[in-house]
Design a protein around this ligand. Structure first.
Ligand SMILES: [Zn+2]
Ligand SMILES: [Zn+2]
Length: 394
């Protein structure tokens, strides 16, 4: 079977896309500050006569391409922001912005969506409308939520919305598509333990908050292993333990910080209730007091099965059936595409960025690594996937 890709690897179009990607990589900008990035994307769209709306969520862009016939409207989304990481790569297209880096491949995501927008504006033989959503602030700024709150789907109604993230470790030429759970919900855990500080050589006269803290850290690990069904998922990680200031004084307080991850809201509720009981009662048993609070981050990214099937069918038009993985485990990482999926049906897929060998090389690092780089070899396939998805739906 001959597989027809809208944008062939190593074609002139692909080379042009690599040029865009390298420019974006050299000019990384943080959440809601994607000004040069937004201007650059807008200039490419404008040079191809593509209609666009700017300013949703500060730097967001929604470009629209109409098909030759009327029909449904769908949204395709890419994220644009970079991370506050000092890049350690030495290649020509390395970051020129000190302390900022495209370490999650959002430069590649914007490039693939831009490639698809340009191609479809020139080949609009489909029935309906495509909104190309260039979203700011995925890395902790909840740009997706801001776009939705500022009326993304009222201004640009979509019957479904689709997203795509590169996935290091998944070989190039492969896609992973989940029917439901893709990425977890995230909440920050804040625990304050209050005891009564004093001389470290007279422990009988004080209440040691560090002893309570140590027991809480251990006890919390029983929640997922002993209160949650083994077939469900949740993670509790304590990542900061802060207390004390010198060797011979027991401090008054201890602060524990961490992260909680889960998919189903009822699992999150169950875990949090159990954590409250453990923190309160462990402290009580030690004579201390404990306060536990949570800060909500991103909700879980959960696909609608019927849209996941459409994504898989489109991917299978481009790569052999075995290269469209339908059973890869979801990630406990989080993603703010979840806010778009909470407002509109759709699906979010992974495209292989390449293997991750033990001796990590620049092109094979995991996301958020100082030596990560988006793999330019996959951008033609990614853009072709977007085109194929539009063609198969509209
Ligand atoms: Zn990231
Ligand atoms: Zn990312």
């Amino acid at each position: 079977m001959t597989i027809k890709h809208a944008i062939e690897t190593n074609s002139q179009r692909h080379q042009e896309m690599i040029g865009w990607r390298h420019w974006l990589h050299q000019h990384p900008e943080l959440s809601f500050k994607e000004e040069l990035t937004s201007d650059y994307i807008a200039s490419v769209l404008e040079s191809h006569g593509i209609e666009m709306h700017r300013g949703l969520a500060v730097t967001g862009i929604v470009a629209t391409v109409q098909g030759t016939k009327t029909g449904d409207s769908i949204g395709l989304r890419a994220d644009m922001d970079a991370l506050p990481i000092q890049e350690l790569n030495e290649f020509k297209h390395k970051s020129t912005h000190d302390g900022k880096m495209h370490a999650c491949g959002h430069d590649g995501h914007s490039t693939m969506l831009l490639g698809a927008a340009v191609y479809l504006s020139q080949h609009n033989d489909f029935a309906g409308t495509v909104h190309f959503i260039f979203q700011p602030a995925e890395e902790g700024g909840a740009g997706g939520e801001v776009m939705v709150k500022e009326g993304l789907f009222e201004k640009f109604p979509c019957s479904a919305v689709y997203g795509m993230h590169n996935w290091p470790g998944l070989p190039t030429g492969k896609f992973a598509i989940h029917d439901t759970n893709v990425m977890a919900a995230v909440e920050t855990i804040n625990i304050t333990i209050t005891g009564k500080g004093g001389h470290a050589a007279m422990p009988d006269q004080i209440i040691d908050p560090i002893l309570s803290g140590a027991q809480i850290i251990t006890a919390l690990q029983s929640v997922v292993s002993r209160n949650i069904s083994p077939v469900q998922s949740a993670v509790i990680s304590i990542t900061i333990a802060e207390a004390g200031f010198t060797h011979n004084v027991i401090p008054n307080t201890m602060q524990l910080t961490g992260t909680l991850r889960y998919f189903q809201p009822e699992i999150g509720k169950q875990v949090k209730e159990r954590m409250q009981i453990l923190v309160k009662n462990t402290c009580k048993a030690m004579g201390a007091t404990g306060k536990l609070g949570f800060e909500e981050g991103y909700p879980a990214t959960i696909n609608t099965p019927k849209h996941a099937k459409k994504c898989a069918a489109a991917a299978r038009q481009l790569v052999p059936e075995d290269d469209v993985l339908r059973d890869m485990p979801p990630s406990m990482g989080a993603e703010d595409f979840s806010f778009l999926l909470s407002a509109c049906e759709g699906a979010y897929i992974w495209i292989g960025n390449g293997e991750t060998p033990d001796n990590q090389t620049a092109s094979n690092c995991m996301l958020h690594n100082t030596q990560y780089d988006f793999n330019d070899d996959i951008s033609a396939l990614g853009a072709s996937y977007w085109v194929q998805l539009v063609r198969s739906i509209l």
